[in-house]
Design a protein around this ligand. Sequence first.
Ligand SMILES: Cc1cc2nc3c(=O)[nH]c(=O)nc-3n(C[C@H](O)[C@H](O)[C@H](O)COP(=O)(O)OP(=O)(O)OC[C@H]3O[C@@H](n4cnc5c(N)ncnc54)[C@H](O)[C@@H]3O)c2cc1C
Length: 168
Amino acid sequence: MHNIFFSNNYKAEFDCIFKEHKLHNDPTVYINITSKEKKDDAPDGCENWFVMINTPHDAGQNWPELLNQSRENIIRKLNHILHIDIEKHIVCEDTIDPIQIEQLTGSHLGSLYGTSSNSIFSTFLRHPNFSNQFENLFFCGGSVHPGGGIPLCLLSAKIATDQIKSHE
Ligand SMILES: Cc1cc2nc3c(=O)[nH]c(=O)nc-3n(C[C@H](O)[C@H](O)[C@H](O)COP(=O)(O)OP(=O)(O)OC[C@H]3O[C@@H](n4cnc5c(N)ncnc54)[C@H](O)[C@@H]3O)c2cc1C
């Protein structure tokens, strides 16, 4: 089950992220609770909340401090909207920031969707699925054509596979 609690000022949130490389005090919050549909994703009587907010890439920010602030902001926002005290229902929790994402996946600066797609030229600047330098070297995944996110990564794999086949 997917839920999005939007920021009251989406423009200010994105200015904060992209221009100042900070986190906004009123973040847009995405929550997915898979145990709503697949009961055994959480113990009996419990739910598994995956909570995500938009963040800038790692630019040397103080992430432990930002995580603490964000946690407070998210809980305050959810309590206000849902009229509950969410914190007392938390049994265990884990967090992940851009530094950990980079360490775990090798994603440059902790990016989720590869290079930024904000300019009209970004499509043309994306790395192709083949190498200009080495014959027989092909690429697929979030940082190359056509872009990040699961659907595009799968498409990327198909394009690379087709190129390999036609290269044989
Ligand atoms: C928290 C989060 C939420 C997301 N939500 C969504 C969503 O809702 N919808 C969506 O479409 N996309 C979402 N994404 C983005 C999506 O997951 C990525 O765009 C996609 O997984 C990128 O695929 P990839 O194959 O390029 O890289 P990855 O899925 O990161 O796979 C790279 C793999 O290579 C491994 N690896 C790295 N270095 C080495 C090495 N030297 N040797 C061997 N293995 C190595 C890594 O461990 C990893 O398993 C999300 C990402 C995150 C982190």
